[in-house]
Design a protein around this ligand. Structure first.
Ligand code: SF4
Length: 445
């Protein structure tokens, strides 16, 4: 079965390809040892997933639950440690395994106490062998959980980047996005983060909230800029199935006026940040021109293997992306977390998507093209022995025809400014028919 490419500027945020809704149970449940034995393990990324938050934001479809009944975080860390031990056994003891980057994501990793965060770092270091103080380590936090004791642990253990989900500095907009918080609390959290002297602060903001105007959007941006964050992520608001906002909106189908609002706020936000000395890295990401470099961090995802630990984390070998079961609904998420906590055998991959050579090319094209720097065609040829135009001529012609591709025959394939603005439409157009069909057939839960 094939499905037509979708339309409209806000189709799909492609932070990973293929999306988890294309994953399926793997009937052969391959052993991790067999999956990793022939892989290059010299520059792996390590990701630890903590699926707990104090609240469930209305726009969020990440794999997380509200709160943790007594003892659940401890039991979760026990399971994480068992999984780390099994994965490390599968990777082998040789010197060939090295982690080049690490990240704690969620959910909200700082939902854990300071003591539990220390344990999380111990698992990454002692069980997995990642040298956290020597590699970029990124951690996500929320204002209420960015407490001085937790930040002190994270700074001491080598955190180089702290990402704070703020979304809006206007209290009524935060409420409208079903993320109730007070600006004073956000400002206090930012003060604590700067006091902790973690080198890179990232602030996440959202545009397209009900009632948000250009004026209030720029007001939020200026409030963020007052902290001179090294990075800013500007996210268009999405209303996704089964999330809190979805339940509040009777009809979350296509809404041209909302698309127009989001495009307008995107452009004004982008122009404002460019004028303030930020460099656009992708549709969402802006980095202060004088910010310290983040090393291998940025592009590792395109080329290197990834080890994900935790019930919502993915792992990537060159031929298979795998994870555990996936859900957005609260009840199902709780069930998957409970199953994960009860698991004793982590030696096999259960759910995933096989990456054949054509999908590997497609993934490289897609993830490079969605960066402002675009794709180096000589690098593509060195990797795959062909040019993107040989492999994806029709798709690239269609993007060029739309005015979204800057120089289709140049040494670098790059999106135009409008192409970058429409990244969430460009990405889905490059999905393979097989991935598109698998995503369409996925039953949401
Ligand atoms: S947006 Fe972040 S803080 Fe909010 S529910 Fe999702 S993971 Fe938790």
């Amino acid at each position: 079965m094939t499905t037509a490419p979708p339309t409209g500027p806000y189709q799909h945020y492609v932070y990973a390809y293929p999306h988890k809704t294309a994953y399926r149970p793997l009937p052969d449940r391959p052993s991790l040892t067999s999956l990793w034995e022939r892989e290059d393990k010299s520059a792996l990324s390590l990701y630890l997933h903590i699926p707990f938050c104090e609240v469930r934001c209305g726009f969020c479809n990440l794999f997380t639950r509200i709160g943790a009944p007594d003892g659940l975080t401890g039991a979760y860390l026990d399971a994480l440690e068992r999984q780390a031990t099994a994965v490390r056994d599968a990777l082998g003891d040789g010197d060939g395994t090295r982690f080049a980057t690490a990240a704690f994501g969620g959910g909200t990793p700082t939902f854990l106490t300071a003591r539990e965060l220390n344990r999380l770092c111990d698992i990454a270091e002692h069980r997995m062998g990642a040298d956290l103080r020597a590699v970029p380590l990124s951690v996500e936090a929320s204002p209420a959980t960015a407490t001085a004791d937790r930040l002190a642990v994270l700074a001491e253990r080598g955190t180089t980047r702290l990402s704070l989900g703020v979304q809006s500095f206007v209290d009524s907009e935060a409420r409208a996005a079903v993320r109730p918080q007070r600006r004073a609390d956000v400002e206090a959290a930012l003060g604590r983060i700067r006091d902790a002297a973690i080198p890179v602060l990232n602030i996440d903001l959202i545009y397209g909230i009900d009632g948000q105007t250009e004026e209030t959007w720029l007001h939020s941006l200026d409030a963020a800029l007052a902290w001179r964050p090294e990075e800013l992520y500007l996210y268009p608001l999405y209303v996704r199935p089964l999330t809190g906002l979805d339940r509040h909106r009777p009809d979350s189908g296509r809404d041209p006026a909302w698309d127009e609002q989001r495009l307008r706020l995107y452009r004004s936000g982008r122009d404002h940040l460019l004028a303030q000395g930020y460099v656009q890295q992708s549709m969402r990401m802006f980095r202060r021109a004088d910010a310290p470099p983040q090393g291998a961090d940025d592009y590792a995802c395109q080329t290197d293997g990834m080890i994900g630990l935790g019930c919502g984390a993915r792992s990537y070998t060159s031929a298979l992306h795998y994870s555990f079961d996936y859900a957005v609904g609260m009840h199902e998420i709780r069930g998957i977390i409970d199953d994960y906590v009860a698991t004793t055998d982590f030696s096999r991959a259960a759910v995933g998507y096989r990456i054949d050579p054509r999908e590997a090319r497609r993934r490289h094209l897609l993830q490079s093209l969605l960066q402002a720097d675009g794709l180096d065609t000589a690098d593509y040829r060195a990797r795959f022995g062909s040019l993107p135009a040989d492999d994806f001529g029709a798709e690239l012609d269609a993007l060029a025809h739309q005015g979204w591709l800057a120089d289709p025959t140049g040494a670098r394939l790059r999106l135009t400014a409008e192409g970058l603005a429409h990244s969430d439409a460009v990405g889905p157009r490059l999905f393979s028919p097989a991935v598109r069909a698998a995503m369409a057939a996925y039953e949401r839960k």
